[in-house]
Design a protein around this ligand. Sequence first.
Ligand code: UN1
Length: 504
Amino acid sequence: SEGIDLAEREVLREVARAIAAAPLPLAGGVGGGPVSTPLLAATPTPNPSRKREGDEVAQAIARAHAAFPAWSATPVETRAAILERYADLLEANRTELMAYAVREAFKTIPDALGEIREAADFCRYYAVQARGILAPRILPGPTGERNELRMMGRGVWATIAPWNFPLAIFTGQNAAALVAGNTGVAKPAPQTPGIAARAVELAHEAGVPRDALVLVTGGAEAGAALTGDPRIAGVAFTGSTATAKAIARSLLEDDNRPIVPLIAETGGINAMIVDSTALPEQVVADVIASAFRSAGQRCSALRLLIVQEEVAETILTMLRGAMELLVVGDPGDPRTDVGPVIDDAAYDRLMAYRESVKGRWIKTVLVPATGRFVPPTAIRLDDLDDLQQEWFGPLLHVATWRAGELTATIERVNAKRFGLTMGLHSRIARSAEIAETTAKVGNLYINRSMIGAVVGSQPFGGEGLSGTGPKAGGPNYLPRFCVERAVSVDTTSAGGNASLLSLE
Ligand code: UN1
């Protein structure tokens, strides 16, 4: 879902017009504005009162709970067809949705386009999956019995999405919950309520009953009210490891509540290992995309580049040159490679860290004087163990490794206990095999960039501190949203072929 081809130039023009016309302040200080423009006067702001927020959440859950029986009884085929209509509507409204992604999440135009494609891909992929794996299945059994396995919705799912994929991940979570026969209460990140509200409207327009998908806005308070409610039958969450753990605890707090599933997709300290057989031009292009695209604000992003000593100087020289060409600025300008980071808190955190390692900068890039632009920076790491935290921005750490130590190097990355993405650049088949068996990650990328997992081809999600699985956009995701019901009917007891008689 990456990149823009020439045929899309017209879309770009349309998007530029829509961004210019959007009734939202362009925050981030882009275009010379103040650094802290209030976000989104035009969309619902998080409710300041804890009590009212809890009430709003409780009402939303009550609605989704009441809508569950009818929606779960709707045939899989109908639910799948609604998702496909939803995908069509997302595409038909892409200009407006892209404008939201640029204005609200400061996505560049290629990234904003990627959001629409990925959201539509999730809907279509889960629709096809649902028809295949959620339809009732006849199981082999003893003579005189009919046995069936039914995949049923669990109830009301809480879906909690991040601001960095405010349409794609938001839509993917909801589409999966809905097609599996659940209703949902969807909480977008507090930074991106506008695009989420529009996405939910389009889902309703596509045929999802109004109460089968209910939006709630707010931050941690709303999230806690949501996951703490005993009517919630499952949680799909993408965000930080710390929040995922807090959610897991809240799900277990009430002794009377059954244990419900939590699907968590969290952070990573993602490494790319480069050996002396790698193609340097390809390495550098993939490093630039993986570390700096989306201002490094992807959980899949490259954080730690580990280059074999012998080629380190060559690769770093080329990397410096390539970084020099990065255009940092207004995300609404099609020429921009790197936009601002999401909010003041992120900006302050990243800039303070960057300043604290100033003595180890390998290369940094000029950025506009005003706005929340964190300069893309490469930082030397003398010891792999010195990096133990995910820095969610355009900061790349660089270390070296010695020939013969591939397994040991991968094990040192594993020891950080995250396990989301890893990259290997090598032309040696044996090295690829070592990485495949040694790297404890959900997504291993060999000789390519580490971002932009495509739904259906690169099911995405990590292990260890990076998440619970199953992988979004993969064949094992939907079953987690279901309960399995085995139905066995004695077909002999009425003395005939069936023990069940139709009353008609
Ligand atoms: C995330 O940043 O939360 O592969 C997920 C990618 C995206 C997934 C990133 N499809 O870059």
